[in-house]
Design a protein around this ligand. Structure first.
Ligand SMILES: Cc1cc2nc3c(=O)[nH]c(=O)nc-3n(C[C@H](O)[C@H](O)[C@H](O)COP(=O)(O)OP(=O)(O)OC[C@H]3O[C@@H](n4cnc5c(N)ncnc54)[C@H](O)[C@@H]3O)c2cc1C
Length: 467
């Protein structure tokens, strides 16, 4: 008999939820995690520290209050990394406590160390003192996540030339920052440092950023970031970064030189599979370290599953959790439905963006007709009260049956607000519901009613012309 029914490698959102789900199904479960990484990238270096940093930046800079109290309003003048770190460390500590307690309450054994396969049912776990322990399990769930990809040509020094993990260890808020790569992580950090007053330059090889988002909303974000003195260099590639006494010089292929105190590379992520001994389990990963899985998150070896960032897209904490739960249930012979096809996207830039469903560009490309209903926060009493004059909510509506094809939100609370639209879409609702519903007043949620009325009026106008 194996030591455990289920062994989980990695305690990020995917691993954690897999372990708890298997324990709830009364299985003997073990989770293996490296020292100081309980909670995974999500809690220690990714989602939670970055979102807490954002909250600290918003609070300390007073950025969201300036509409009311003037452009010079600040809660604190000289914001230090210490000020920012206090909040981050507090939240990380609390979150780790919650995870440890949940694992303990559900009798999940925790083995500290780094796991690697010895054979398809056996893991060898080595801790930081080089002691090792062997664990056997009937089912194994790999949830080892990713680390920042580092181009071989760049000399990272953890001080001046860093990746997104390095941002959390900066010794001071830099006066100037070059962000290489305008993906979600790059642009979130670019907006936080711009809000802190750092002079930020974003260099992106492609001509557009966040091209999976609504174009109008990305334009609004760019406008706001430019207003915070962010410079965008689209269609440009960094050829080299040279370390200098006062920082670094980013040399672009076009010949431009950008001096900066810090250069942050945000060049994608690499699956944490290289030290796993996958070959000894009969598995392999692709060149970006990702493990292929089927719709039940089962690898090519039927008793081994993989979930979370290590399987690639969409690489979000939100989806990793669901994948973990689904994989555990399948492994324990109590399968669940798969993940709902409607999945939200949240981008915690300043201001934030969130959407679900399709974009205008996608609908147009696939020749699906739609009407647009818009609500602007500045026309809502709540928008005026909180001083958000730029936020907006946009509904894409089918003229055929008035169902929602997409919901796009920009501004305060976008990532929370979106879920109202998700619920309506998920339940197959139409804008009729939003038009008839009474919303609390004054709220930002009211924007759904305003946008639905806008779409309804436009549809009515078209119908009149057709008479
Ligand atoms: C800066 C940043 C911001 C982000 N913001 C968001 C956001 O706002 N919203 C969102 O949904 N997602 C966000 N993400 C993505 C999110 O963090 C990931 O999708 C999520 O953490 C992936 O979870 P996971 O279960 O794959 O494991 P991870 O969180 O990646 O953790 C994997 C764990 O496995 C452990 N491990 C690896 N190899 C071994 C081994 N051999 N033995 C033992 N343990 C091992 C690692 O130590 C690690 O702790 C962000 C990511 C980053 C980097």
């Amino acid at each position: 008999m194996a030591d455990f029914d289920v062994a989980v490698i990695g305690s990020g959102p995917g691993g954690q939820k897999a372990a708890i789900a298997a324990a709830k199904l009364e299985k003997r479960v073990v989770i293996v995690e490296r020292r100081n990484m309980m909670g995974g990238v999500c809690i220690n270096t990714g989602t939670i520290p970055s979102k807490t940093l954002r909250e600290a930046v918003l609070y300390l800079t007073g950025l969201n209050q300036r509409e009311m109290y003037g452009q010079s309003y600040r809660v604190k003048d000289d914001i230090t990394v210490g000020d920012l770190g206090i909040r981050t460390q507090h939240v990380i500590g609390r979150e780790i406590d919650v995870i440890r307690s949940q694992l303990a309450r559900n009798h999940v054994a925790v083995v500290p160390g780094t796991a690697r396969f010895v054979d398809p049912h056996t893991l060898d776990v080595i801790d930081e003192s080089n002691r090792d322990v062997k664990i056997t399990a009937d089912k194994i769930i790999i949830a080892t996540g990713t680390r920042p990809a580092r181009p071989a040509s760049v000399e990272f020094d953890e001080e001046t030339i860093i990746d997104s993990d390095g941002i959390l260890n900066l010794q001071a808020v830099p006066d100037s920052l070059v962000v290489v790569g305008a993906g979600v992580i790059g642009i979130e950090y670019a907006s936080m440092f711009a809000a802190l007053g750092t002079k930020v330059t974003v260099v992106e090889r492609r001509e557009r950023m966040l091209d999976f988002c609504d174009l109008e909303i990305v334009e609004a974000l760019k406008y706001h970031l430019r207003d915070l003195a962010v410079t965008f260099r689209f269609g440009e590639t960094v050829a080299a970064v040279e370390r200098r006494a006062r920082g670094a010089l980013a040399l672009l292929e076009s010949g431009k030189k950008i001096p900066a105190e810090t250069v942050m590379y945000s060049a994608g992520r690499q699956g944490m599979t290289d030290g796993l001994g996958l070959e000894l389990a009969g598995l392999s990963a692709d060149d970006r370290g990702r493990i292929p899985v089927d719709e039940h998150y089962r690898t090519t070896v039927p008793h081994i599953y993989a979930v979370g960032d290590v399987i690639g897209f969409p690489s979000l904490a939100a989806t990793s959790m669901e994948q973990g739960r689904i994989a555990a249930h399948h492994a324990c012979a109590e399968p669940l439905h798969g993940i709902h096809h409607l999945q939200p996207i949240g981008i915690y830039t300043i201001p934030e963006i969130s959407f679900i469903g399709r974009t205008e560009d996608e609908l147009t490309a696939s020749q699906v007709p739609f009407e647009v209903g818009i609500s602007r926060y500045r026309e809502l009493a709540r928008g005026q009260i909180i001083g958000d004059t730029y936020g907006m909510l946009k509904l894409l509506v089918s003229p055929e049956d008035r169902s929602l094809l997409g919901v796009h939100v920009f501004g305060t609370g976008a990532t929370e607000l979106l879920h109202i639209g998700q619920a309506v879409m998920g339940c197959g609702g139409t804008i009729d519901y939003l038009v008839d519903a009474v919303f609390n007043y004054p709220t930002l949620a009211e924007s759904y009613k305003v946008a639905a009325l806008d779409a309804m009026n436009k549809l009515r106008r078209v119908a009149r012309f057709e008479l």
